[in-house]
Design a protein. Structure first.
Length: 358
């Protein structure tokens, strides 16, 4: 059961009203208490804000999430829930900015009323309620009670959000302007229905290859890869999306699903080209490095996979290599995989040189 702040706030308000605002000792003590509490809160909020910026630009920044509305008192339990479609990175950033702004605004308001009007009730209340208000924030909870804002934070659903495949037919999805979003149906998971004692014929997925590819990417590590694998052929394996020129090799290298190796093996067998680049000049290894997919990077570089060590030498339009992106995004495991592959190439080249001189 959620903690109700009113059980704390009401007694604090009643007690604060009995404080003697004319007593200089009382005022001084309240100022010290308020100043200390708010200084600590500002430092914590600053830390949360800095941490959130790394998350908002991390590997899950483009993951689509569906955020529920804040709870409304006495709301009809049968009311249809509206979920807002947002990108995880943008939502984290906006929540962090909102927390920082509301914290600073609250301090300015309380200090202003005390300075110009002599009000001390606000100082007393916020000295107690400030920390409780902070811990109500989803980002603060994640940082101090939920394992931080490091890797995997998008999978912990700190905002109470849903992934696309968790939405039900009763859930309504709207965009950030409140316009209803028409959802494309996800393909059935494969169970055969029965009607009249006969197996029902599964419906053909009528989405275009590009829609299936992008829908799979939107679902991230939770994606069911069967629909994409079913339409991946020699004809489509090197398809480039219309807007950003993404290819299946890029998606598979970066998505981070459990069966990444198997999916990439099929892509390779069909002639998938991991050296193809998108509009940013990124190849499949750039994708794996930026989005933090060790399995994807390993398959691209290993002899059992593509053996594409040359992918590590490629530079994008900003002159950055896959290793540069892995280090910049803090994806240490992927960075180690690339560095080890480069070191192995140097060792092999050195050994070949020695053999030639003998």
């Amino acid at each position: 059961m959620a903690f109700n702040k009113m059980f704390v706030m009401l007694p604090v308000m009643l007690a604060a009203r009995k404080l003697d605002g004319e007593n200089p000792d009382t005022v001084f003590m309240l100022r010290c208490a308020y100043g200390t509490v708010q200084a600590v809160i500002v430092l914590l909020v600053a830390y949360i804000y800095i941490s959130s910026q790394a998350v908002s630009n991390g590997k899950d920044k483009d993951r689509l999430i569906y955020v529920p509305p804040p709870p409304v008192p006495f709301e009809d339990p049968n009311t249809k829930k509206k979920y807002t479609e947002k990108k995880f990175g943008a939502h984290v950033s906006s929540q962090a900015m909102s927390l920082l702004g509301s914290t600073l605004f609250g301090i300015c308001m309380t200090v202003g009323l005390h300075y110009y009007k002599g009000m001390i009730v606000g100082l007393a209340i916020q000295s107690i309620m400030g920390p409780l208000n902070l811990l109500e924030n989803a980002l603060a909870k994640a940082v101090f009670m939920g394992g931080g804002l490091g890797d995997g934070v998008a999978d912990r659903k700190i905002f109470g959000e849903k992934n696309r495949n968790e939405l039900t037919k009763d859930d309504e999805v709207v965009d950030e302007q409140g316009n209803v979003v028409v959802r494309k149906p996800l393909p059935a998971s494969g169970a055969d229905g029965k009607k009249g004692g006969k197996k029902a014929t599964p419906k053909k997925d009528e989405r275009s290859f590009e829609d299936i590819l992008l829908d799979t990417w939107d679902l991230g590590a939770d994606a069911d890869m069967k629909p994409l694998m079913a339409v991946l052929t020699k004809k489509t394996v090197n398809y480039h999306t219309k807007e950003d020129s993404w290819t299946p090799s890029m998606i598979l290298a970066a998505i981070g699903v459990a069966n990444t190796k198997e999916c990439m093996a099929k892509c390779k067998s069909l002639g998938g080209n991991p050296a193809a680049v998108d509009k940013e000049g990124w190849n499949a290894l750039h994708w794996a490095a930026f989005h933090g997919s060790p399995a994807g990077a390993t398959y691209l570089l290993s002899k059992d996979g593509y053996g594409g060590i040359d992918l590590a030498d490629a530079k994008d339009k900003e002159g950055k290599s896959p290793l540069d992106h892995a280090k910049a995004e803090g994806n240490k495991e992927v960075a180690d995989i690339i560095e080890n592959a480069l070191a192995a190439r140097e060792t092999s080249a050195s050994d070949d040189g020695l053999r030639k001189r003998k």
